[in-house]
Design a protein around this ligand. Structure first.
Ligand code: MG
Length: 383
C-alpha cells in the first residue's frame, strides 16, 4: 500500500487528491493546511492521520482541540519541513499556494521522497535547485498541473531526444478577446469567473491575467528541459486539449479529457497505472468544435513578463512571481485595479536586479526584494 503526505490538503487539489486516495487505498501519513482548521481536523479524523500541520501558528491550539490529544500538531514552515522529511513515505503531494512551497519540496527531495507537484512556484522560482537536487537524489517529480501532466503523458513511449517542442494550451481565461480598454474597470468577481475550471482564488486571478500560463511556461522549461523557443502557447477555449508535444517528424501528440483535475492528480499519484477515475467520459461529438487561437501578448503583459524572465534567467522568474503574489493580494483586497497587476509585475521585472542562483537563499532574497518593491509602489499609489 502506497503512503502519501499532502501539503495543502484543504484546497481544491488537496480535497480531490484525498478522494483519489480513498478510491485507490493510498494511505495518508500526514496532512497540512494553511488556516482551515475545521476541514483539516475532519480530514485527519476520517483518514486516521496522526500528524497534521497548520501553517498559521495562531491556529495551533484551536486545531489541537479539534483533533484531540493523540494527534501531533505542527505549525508553520518548520511543520511543513518536518512532514516533508518523514520516512517511509512514497510520495508527497505539494499543493500549497505560492513560494511557501519551495522549501518543503527541496526537503522532501533531499529525503528521497517522490513529489507530485501542484505548487508551480517550486519550479518557477527554484527550478534549477529543484531539478538538480531531484537528479542527485534519484527522485521523480510527477506534474499535477493539467498541462504538464498532458505533456508528461504524451512523452510516454517515445524518445526524449526526438522531441522537437511542446504546445502549451491556455483557456484564455474570462477575458479572452478583451482589450486593455475593456479591462480598465473589471472587478474581482468578474476576474474570478473562470469559464472552464473551478480553482482557488489566486490561481483564478492568475488565469484571468494569463500570469498562470506564464508560470506554466517556466515550469515546463524546468520539468522537460526545454528552451523558451521550443514552447508554443495556443489558446484552446474549451480546455479539452490539455497540451501536446511535437516530434522531429512533425507528428503532434495531444492529451485530451474533460476539464477535471482528478485525471492529472490520479495519474501523478498512481503513475504509470491507468485505472478507473471518478470523472466524466469525454464525448468529442458533444463538443462538436474545438477552437484554437494565438494569445494576446500585449493585453496580457504578465504572460510576456514571464517569458522575458525565464529568457533572462537567474532570479528573474522568482522576481516576477513574488511581484505577482503581492499584486494579486492587493487586487483581491480592492487596493489596485486589475490592469495594475501586469504593470507592477512588468516594473518588477525591469527594475529588480537579478542574480545567478547558487542556493535557496538567492531565491528567497529575490522573492523578498520583489515583494518589497511592489508593496512600495502600491503604497505610493495610495498616497
Ligand atoms: Mg494549469
Amino acid at each position: 500500500m502506497k503512503r502519501i503526505t499532502i501539503l495543502g490538503s484543504t484546497g481544491s487539489i488537496g480535497t480531490q487528491a484525498i478522494e483519489i486516495c480513498d478510491k485507490h487505498g493510498i494511505r495518508i501519513a500526514a496532512l497540512a493546511a494553511y488556516s482551515n482548521t475545521e476541514l483539516l481536523a475532519k480530514q485527519a479524523k476520517q483518514h486516521n492521520v496522526k500528524t497534521v500541520c497548520i501553517y498559521c501558528e495562531q491556529k495551533r491550539d484551536e486545531l489541537q482541540t479539534l483533533v484531540g490529544s493523540d494527534v501531533r500538531v505542527l505549525t508553520g514552515m518548520e511543520g511543513l519541513k518536518e512532514i516533508a522529511a518523514m520516512q517511509d513515505v512514497d510520495i508527497m503531494l505539494n499543493s500549497v499556494v505560492g513560494m511557501v512551497g519551495l522549501v518543503p519540496t527541496l526537503t522532501a527531495i533531499e529525503h528521497g521522497t517522490d513529489i507530485a507537484l501542484a505548487n508551480k512556484e517550486t519550479l518557477v522560482a527554484g527550478g534549477k535547485l529543484v531539478i538538480n537536487s531531484a537528479k542527485k537524489n534519484g527522485v521523480n517529480i510527477y506534474p499535477v498541473d493539467s498541462e504538464h501532466s498532458a505533456i508528461f503523458q504524451c512523452l510516454q513511449g517515445n524518445k526524449r531526444e526526438q522531441l522537437k517542442g511542446i504546445i502549451l494550451t491556455a483557456s484564455g481565461g474570462p477575458f479572452y478577446k478583451k482589450t486593455k480598454k475593456d479591462l480598465e474597470n473589471v472587478g474581482v468577481e468578474q476576474a474570478l469567473a473562470h469559464p472552464n475550471w473551478s480553482m482557488g482564488r489566486i490561481i483564478t486571478i492568475d488565469s484571468a491575467t494569463l500570469m498562470n500560463k506564464g508560470l506554466e511556461f517556466i515550469e515546463a522549461i524546468w520539468l522537460f528541459d526545454l528552451r523558451p523557443d521550443q514552447i508554443e502557447i495556443v489558446v484552446q477555449r474549451e480546455s479539452v486539449v490539455h497540451s501536446a508535444v511535437e516530434y522531429m517528424d512533425n507528428s503532434v501528440i495531444a492529451q485530451m479529457g474533460v476539464p477535471d483535475m482528478k485525471i492529472p492528480i490520479q495519474y501523478a499519484l498512481l503513475y504509470p497505472e491507468r485505472v478507473d477515475c471518478p470523472t466524466k467520459h469525454l464525448s468529442l461529438a458533444d463538443y462538436g468544435t474545438l477552437s484554437f487561437d494565438r494569445p494576446d501578448y500585449d493585453t496580457f503583459d504578465c504572460l510576456s513578463a514571464c517569458i522575458k524572465a525565464i529568457t533572462i534567467g537567474g532570479t528573474k522568474p522568482a522576481i516576477v512571481n513574488g511581484a505577482n503574489e503581492v499584486a494579486v493580494a492587493a487586487f483581491l483586497e480592492g487596493k489596485i485595479k486589475f490592469l495594475a497587476i501586469g504593470e507592477l509585475v512588468t516594473k518588477a521585472l525591469e527594475n529588480v536586479k537579478e542574480k545567478d542562483i547558487t542556493c535557496v537563499e538567492d531565491v528567497l532574497d529575490a522573492d523578498k526584494e520583489a515583494r518589497e518593491y511592489v508593496r512600495k509602489l502600491i503604497d505610493e499609489r495610495d498616497n
